[in-house]
Design a protein around this ligand. Sequence first.
Ligand code: ADP
Ligand code: MG
Length: 350
Amino acid sequence: MASLEIEHLEKSFGANRVVKDFNLSIAEGEFISLLGPSGCGKTTVLRMVAGFEHPSGGAIRIGGQDVTALPSNQRNIGMVFQAYALFPNLTVAQNVGFGMRVAGRSRAEIKTRVAEMLDLIGLPDLGNRYPFQLSGGQQQRVALARALAIQPRVLLLDEPLSALDAKIRVSLREEIREIQRRLGITTIFVTHDQEEALSISDRVVVMNGGVAEQIGAPFEIYNQPKTRFVAQFVGTLNALTAQVADPARGALRVGSTEVILGAPVSADTNAEVTLAARPEVLALGRREGNDTIFSGKIAEVHFLGSILRVKLEVEGQTIALDTFNRPGNPPPEVGSLAEVSVASRDLLVL
Ligand code: ADP
Ligand code: MG
């Protein structure tokens, strides 16, 4: 268990700069997710922390020790990969004990520790099985046990759940988080799944094109996205084109609809800005406290189980909103005229 500092980290493959001035300071015991689309550099950052890839610039410190030039096997890091990377010809127990055997620990110590690890992942009786005799979820739990058996200072997980079924993915992510909490191990979890990152992390790093666009608690990333990319990648977002009518008053126009934000907007009069709103802050019809009202036509209604996602077309732009599905609350009809209301304080200017 240790803190982890990443400073001005850079990586280029030839002329391709894939990690750019990446800075991150992780507290001891913290659970951090790197979230971003495929190809944004998440794995490359992780591989540099693990020592599998040498940075083009910058420094990595674990527990205050500069490990930038240290070989991977001296960093004391546990790693779990997306694909089941268990040794197919070794039993579960041999897989879990592998790192300790390499490190020259005694048989007795390995035996005790392997049993502890199998207990920890809830598979105490499967030590003699081979990987092919396990489900995908069980294999990933064994991979986790193997990574933890060496008592690493830092745990790195690279999309460990992405090959699993949706249901197992959800239960296993909670299990991973629970084990991480219990051990208090500093963890970096890589994912391209925003729900996964938001649900289990202390803080999320949203990456785009090799850059950390925003670092913050899940609540902050979702509610106060700093860039349009973050706002759109994390959650669903309505991004409406608006014109600034009066920057001092925060008055905007969306087509013929006037929006008064009440706080100044840092843009010139007549400048075009993006007015953003999450589907859940919008209401179908007028609602008390909702001071901005858009009128349009229902374009689509999607039934998503507990919620209905309704799309309203307003002067050529589409506004999506979520409304709870309740019996006796029939969905609006496609093609009918409707109003959508929102409180201006729930709107973001990006
Ligand atoms: P992510 O994990 O976010 O999907 P990666 O870190 O794997 O992204 O890759 C980031 C970029 O770096 C991609 O454009 C990828 O093609 C490139 N890249 C990764 N590894 C190498 C390598 N060994 N040689 C050349 N390019 C690489
Ligand atoms: Mg990757």
